[in-house]
Design a protein around this ligand. Sequence first.
Ligand code: GLY
Length: 562
Amino acid sequence: MPIFRLPVLCLILGFTIAGAAASPVPERPGQAAIASPHPLATRAGEEVLRAGGNAFDAAVAVSAALAVVEPYGSGLGGGGFFLLHRAEDGHQVMVDARETAPAAAHRDMFVDEQGARIPGLSLDTVLAAGIPGLPAALVHVSREYGRLPLGTVLAPAIRYAEEGFEVYPRLRTGLERKRAELEASPASAEVFFPGGELPALGALLRQPDLARTLRRLAEQGHEGFYQGAVAEALVAAVQADGGLWTLEDLAGYRVVEREPIVSRYRDARIVSAPPPSSGGVALATILNILEGYDLAAKPADLATHLVVEAMRRGYRDRALYLGDPDFVDVPVARLVHPMYAAGLRASIRTDRALPSDLLPGIQAREEAPQTTHFSIIDADGNRAGVTQTLNFWFGSGIMAAGTGVLLNNEMDDFSARPGVPDGFGLVTGLGNAIEPGKRMLSSMTPTFVESPQGVAILGTPGGSRIISMVLLGVLARVDGQASAREMVERRRFHHQYLPDVLVHEPGALDEAMAEALRRRGHLLEETTRDYGNLKVVTWDHADNRVEAATDPRGEMGEALVY
Ligand code: GLY
C-alpha cells in the first residue's frame, strides 16, 4: 500500500497511529490546570497558584479543601496517595499517606471464634479507624516540594471550615444515608445536624473545630496533629469507646516516599501507584497483556472481550499477592514483567470467556466507592495526581470531640477472614492480614500517561472499579488519542475476576456488542446508574495546550485552566 494512503485507512477503521506524529516536547506548558470534584477545592488550588505556588502547593491546598467541603469522601482523619512529578529534574515519587493499623491491632480483631467477620465492627466503631496519614502528607509535600509556607496553602481550607460552605445535593444525600451513624457521635451530630436537623440545600455548614485543627497544623506542622492537644483529643475519643489508638501510634506515623510502578503500553510510559496500592501493579499487568494485541484494529466486540479477559487476569492477582511492601514480599517484579503477562495472554481465547473458577484465586473484599481524586499541572509542568479517602461515607462517622476530625474506617480494607481457607483451599489474604503498624491494601490509582501525544494525569474514586476506570482512561488516551474531555466521558465496563460478571454502565455496550459478548460466555450486568468521578488534566505537546476535565457523572466537579 502506498504510504500516503495509510491515514485514510486509519480514518476508515476509526483509529489513529499512536505516536506517528510525535511532536517536539515544549519546554513548559505555560498554563496551569486543575480538575477537582468541588469548585471550592479547585479555587483553593487556583488561589495558591496565583500566589506564586507550584503544583505541589496547589495539591496541598486542594487536598485540605476537599477534607473540609467533601467530608464524606476524605478528611484529616484519613489517608491518600500523592503521585508527583517534578519538572526541573523529572523526579517522580508517590507519597504514601495510607493509614496504619495501631500497634495493638491483631489479625483476628474483626472475626468471631468461627472465623466469621463480626458485622459492623470494622465499619462504624472506633476499631475501624487506622492511624491517619493525610495531615502528615500535607506537611511533607508542602515542606519537600512546595514553594509557599504551609500557612498560606492551608488558608483557603481554614476559611471554608471557619466561614462555612453551602450544603449541596451529594453532601445532603450522604448525610441522609449516614444519619444514624453520624448522630450516634455527639461531635458529628453537632457539626452535621445543627439543632438536630438535616441541613437544607444551600445552608452554610461550618466546622470551627476542624478550622482550629487545620490552623494548628499550619502553625506547628506534623507535631500540630500527631502530638499535643489534637493527638490527645483523638486518642481520648478512641479509647473512650474501647479503641486501640495510643499517643505513640500517632507520634510514630510517617509518610513513605515510594517509587511509582512504571510500565509501557505501546508508545506510552504509564506511571502509577505502587503497593500498598493494588492499582499500579494491576494496571501494569493488564496493559502488558493488552500490549500483545492491536486493539484499535480489532472489531469492537473482540477488543472489548480482550480487555475484559485482561482485567479478569490482572484483578485475579490483587487479592492473592498484594499487601504492604514493608511487611510482605510482594512479587512486583514478576507481576509487572511482560513475560508474566505473555503467559497470561497465552490462556486467552478470542472466542470464549474463561470462567473465573478455572483460574484459581480469591475473591477480593467489597470496597468503598466513596474516596476522591484531583489532578493538577502547573505552568512549569510540575504534576500532582492525588487520590484520598476515609473509606465508606464519612468513614466511621465518629468525630473526636474538639477536633472536627472524622475517624476513617479504613481497617475494613484489610483482608476478611485472613488465614481461613477459601473454596479452593487457598489460605486467603495473608499478604493483607492485619498487623501492627501495617498499611491496608488500597485500590487508589493516581496515574500519569506520558506519550508522544503529551501527558495525562488521571484518577477517580470507585473502590475496586478505580483500576478498570483508570485502565479505560489510559486506553482511550493511548489507543484513541483522546482528549481530557473524551477520557472522562468514555462509557465504562468492569470485570474484577470474582464475581464472574461483566458489569457495565447503561449504554456502554450496544445490543450487537452485548450479544457478541454473551455468545463468548460473558455474564452481563448493567449497573443501575453511571459510576465513577474521573478527573483528568492533559498537556498536549503538538499545540502546547493544557486541558482539564471533570467527569460528567460527578455533580460538583470543576475544571480550570488559566
Ligand atoms: N478505601 C478505598 C481504597 O483505598 O481504595
